[in-house]
Design a protein around this ligand. Structure first.
Ligand code: BGC
Length: 259
């Protein structure tokens, strides 16, 4: 397997990309960041991805994350991006544009892969749940290190309200929750998810964990609880790592496109 790949992390506000060392799970060189046209047309997204491509990328494969369900390289949901993405192929046009093989993967699944391979959930057996708290709430479920792709637990409703509307980073701002109220909501969501899945470990990632690294001290959940170790790089590293996984129904690399 190639020991390097490119990771491209598409978010609602920015696209971040870098070359990744797949042995260590670390970035090589600079991380590029460009504004994300997630609310606009697909062609604009392709241009932005090309602009984010690292300079030293040669012909390495690229993994691309997306904040929605991705099956076989196609996007199927768009909770926080333009609805035009629903049913839109992502891996294939990205391969054409970037002139290399591309795999596409849900953003939380990518962050989860990074934490399981290189971070807070490394070598953890049993059921691991990685939750990213950002614009939405993304989820990644692992059993003995193997990903169950495209879980969408942020959209589970508890007491008539979606988990991500209660406790995402955006919800905290929009609902103007002070820290205690936010922690109460997050505790409620985590315990409700715990009651359905009984994970051995929950790993929390996303912007809120970067600003509050001791977040877990304020939370009370029956499973072990950790903050992700890869912080803002989890999506990029996981995207790059996804290029090494066997082809499956969920990440079908687009055909190689000759330069
Ligand atoms: C989307 C998920 C995504 C999460 C975090 C949710 O609204 O449905 O697919 O992983 O936000 O971006």
């Amino acid at each position: 397997m190639h020991r390097q790949a490119i990771g491209i992390d598409i978010g609602g506000s920015s696209i971040k990309a870098a070359l990744v060392d797949l042995t260590r799970g670390t970035l090589i060189g600079e991380r590029k960041s460009v504004p994300s046209p997630a609310m606009s047309a697909v062609s604009e997204m392709m241009d932005a991805m090309a602009a984010a491509l690292p300079d030293n990328a040669s012909n390495l494969m690229a993994g691309v994350t997306f904040p929605g369900v991705v099956v076989g390289g196609t996007v199927y949901t768009a909770a926080n991006v333009a609805k035009a993405w629903i049913g839109q192929p992502l891996a294939e046009p990205a391969a054409q544009k970037l002139k290399r093989q591309v795999v596409a993967i849900n953003d939380a699944d990518a962050a989860g892969l990074a934490e399981v391979q290189f971070g807070a959930a490394r070598d953890v057996k049993g059921t691991v749940m990685v939750l990213s708290l950002g614009t939405g709430i993304g989820s990644a479920l692992f059993v003995d290190g193997k990903l169950v792709p495209n879980t969408e637990l942020g959209h589970l409703e508890f007491d008539g309200m979606e988990a991500e509307a209660r406790a995402s980073g955006r919800a905290r701002m929009e609902r103007k929750l002070d820290w205690t109220s936010y922690i109460n909501e997050l505790n409620y969501v985590l315990n409700s998810i715990h009651a359905l899945f009984w994970p051995d470990l929950i790993v929390l990632c996303g912007g809120i964990t970067a600003d509050n690294p001791n977040l877990c001290d304020d939370l009370k959940v029956r499973s072990q609880l950790k903050v992700g170790a890869l912080r803002a790089d989890a999506g990029i590293v996981g995207a790059a790592y996804a290029t090494t996984l066997a082809q499956g129904v969920w990440i079908t690399p687009a055909k190689a496109v000759s330069k």
